[in-house]
Design a protein around this ligand. Structure first.
Ligand SMILES: [Fe+2]
Length: 305
């Protein structure tokens, strides 16, 4: 259950750091914690090949794509309101799914508290998703196609440079891997794409979009750049094929953690996954200079929020 393979394209160092964590509340030594924080905040994926999410046999029938509301991609829990949305059935399975997602949210939180205690007081706006569809069954437009390398940027949810921290667990009971591609470190990605991001930032348009409810907050210049970078990466087929990248298989029964606004990633295959997201202010980072906001500000030569 713990295998993980990785193959490289190009001579760049691997962006995957493997850990030996086995339990959600394992507290690594202070040295290891420092190393994990530096790797993660530098944009690496922290792989936890032996960290599984335990499911009871009564829960296994919940691994059924028919339980997802056809209007939604996933079932999700808003950790602030406690609301679960996206369940297609009204019977006892609804409560069983909610219990499972809440249990995962709590374990993912224990993990971050144990491994990255300096984030504890600062993580906010948790959301958890249960992803039951096979990755390849989702055929969206190119902009929403997550099988293309991208960094996460949410069109309706500007974050003004706050970090997007995600924990994933492959809960495929047969061990089938979640197949990802992971791209290069953010500074070289930004140097590659920044010169191609030509659309000027217009504060008036950003304010109007907030007024009209298109965005939850006013888009900052940072958000404007990150959305363009997300789109340029996905639209660039040469980059998708030949850009610096490595393939990684996350086996069933394994977990991984990443700042998804920083590490280029693409989901290529697999089915049945749990995922936890939080936002994190830059001030909570041990190495804030690695934040995409700070990298882009250095390259642009001015403040972006
Ligand atoms: Fe993504």
């Amino acid at each position: 259950m713990s295998s993980q393979t990785s193959s490289h394209n190009g001579s760049a160092p691997s962006q995957i750091l493997s850990t030996s964590l086995r339990h959600w509340d394992d507290i690594p030594s202070a040295d290891l914690r420092r190393g994990y924080a530096l790797a993660l905040e530098s944009g690496k994926v922290l792989s936890m090949p032996d960290l599984a999410f335990a499911m009871g046999s009564a829960e296994l029938p919940l691994l059924d794509p028919a339980l997802v509301d056809p209007k939604r991609k996933n079932i999700s829990l808003n950790g602030t309101t406690g609301r679960v949305v996206g369940v297609a059935v009204e019977d006892a399975r609804r409560d069983a799914i909610a219990d499972l997602i809440r249990r995962y949210a709590s374990q993912a939180r224990s993990l971050v508290n144990a491994v990255l205690p300096h984030y504890k007081e600062h993580l906010h706006s948790p959301t958890t998703s249960l992803r039951l569809h096979r990755v390849t069954d989702w055929k969206p437009s190119w902009r929403k196609d997550d099988s293309r390398l991208h960094v996460d940027a949410f069109p309706s949810r500007p974050n003004h440079g706050e970090r997007i921290l995600r924990v994933f667990t492959n809960i495929n009971p047969t061990g089938e891997p979640r197949k990802w591609r992971v791209g290069e470190a953010f500074p070289s990605l930004a140097e590659r794409f920044l010169p191609q991001l030509k659309a000027p930032y217009r504060p008036g348009v950003a304010s109007l979009m907030k007024k009209l409810g298109v965005t939850k907050q006013v888009r900052s210049e940072y958000d404007h750049l990150m959305l363009q970078m997300h789109d340029r990466m996905k639209a660039d087929l040469e980059y998708q094929r030949n850009g610096i990248q490595e393939s990684v298989d996350f086996a069933g029964g394994s977990s991984w953690m990443v700042f998804s606004d920083q590490a280029p990633h693409a989901a290529m295959g697999g089915q049945f996954m749990l995922e936890q997201t939080w936002f994190l202010p830059i001030k909570a980072m041990a190495h804030p200079e690695h934040a995409p906001l700070r990298v882009l500000e250095r390259l642009k030569g001015h403040a972006l929020v």
